[in-house]
Design a binder for this molecule. Structure first.
Ligand code: HPA
Length: 269
């Protein structure tokens, strides 16, 4: 595992002409940000040694290097989900490589169902903490010595970055919520009873990504900032049917605000 990480990082380092300390996972709602990256050079996942291959046909996935908000950045276009059949090691492999490349701050986004009755579809929710419900832990197995065997998980979502986001939102008049994200394996959306259970367990939002990558980033000492877009509601007594299409439509609508916040965050990071 370690050797593969080194090999991949070395392959990239030999080709890189910039030294980014900021990485972005272009999850749902951040696709547009990719079009704002300038001075780009790009590697398709299929050409990068040891990188997992995307299961979605016609979308190999790309690592995009370039400039955004005056900063060198690297961006993952296309992420690996546990429900697609990837192992946790594969899901989090790119994060291990990011660490080797010198990444210090990671920005992530996702689409999420929402159980908090005060939130609405289209709301942006700063992830202040998470609950890991994935059936396999991404740090299971021999400890990779970027961090301890038993890592502390307080302040996994960097408080200074959260404060910065709140300031930016206030300046720009954007409503930003704050909540706990529950990471689940999917691919089913929740039953009404599951939404109720997750709410009682202390979560505001639920989704099928992010938690594995964030755990590994934290184990590598990478600062993390994440935002969920509420794409559907699982509120007790009013849970309604949800489809992938509805999730996409809601995410696309909220995209401009998400892009604005993240662009500004990267500038100031
Ligand atoms: N549940 C899980 N994952 C999701 C949801 C949801 O309701 N919405 C978007 N991703």
């Amino acid at each position: 595992m370690l050797q593969k990480i080194h090999e991949t990082a070395q392959w990239l380092k030999e080709k890189m002409t910039t030294h980014p300390e900021t990485a972005i996972i272009l999850g749902t709602g951040l696709g547009q940000l990719a079009t704002e990256i300038t001075d780009t050079y790009i590697f398709e996942y299929k050409d990068i040694p040891n990188f997992p291959l995307s299961t979605v046909e016609g979308h190999s996935g790309k690592l995009i290097f370039g400039k955004l908000g005056g900063k060198d950045i690297m961006a993952m276009q296309g992420r690996f989900h546990f429900y697609e059949g990837y192992s946790m090691k594969e899901v989090t492999f790119p994060i291990r490589v990011m660490y080797e490349l010198g990444i210090k701050t990671l920005f992530v986004s996702n689409a999420a169902g929402c159980m908090n009755p005060d939130f609405h579809v289209g709301d942006l929710v700063i992830i202040k903490d998470h609950i890991n419900m994935f059936p396999e832990h991404p740090l299971r197995g021999q400890n990779i010595p970027t961090g301890p065997r038993f890592p502390d998980m307080h302040e996994t979502y960097d408080p200074a970055l959260i404060s910065a986001a709140k300031m930016i939102a206030e300046e720009k008049g954007i409503l930003l919520r704050e909540g706990v994200y529950m990471g689940v394996q999917g691919p089913t959306f929740e039953t009404p009873a599951e939404y109720v259970m997750y709410r009682r367990m202390g979560a505001d939002c639920v989704g099928m990504s992010t938690v594995p990558e964030v755990i590994v980033a934290h184990h590598c000492g990478i600062r993390v900032f994440g935002i969920s877009i509420v794409t559907d509601l699982g509120i007790e007594g009013q849970a309604i049917e949800v489809s992938h299409e509805e999730v996409q439509i809601a995410a696309n609508k909220a995209q401009p605000l998400m892009t604005e916040i993240m662009r500004e965050m990267i500038k100031r990071a």
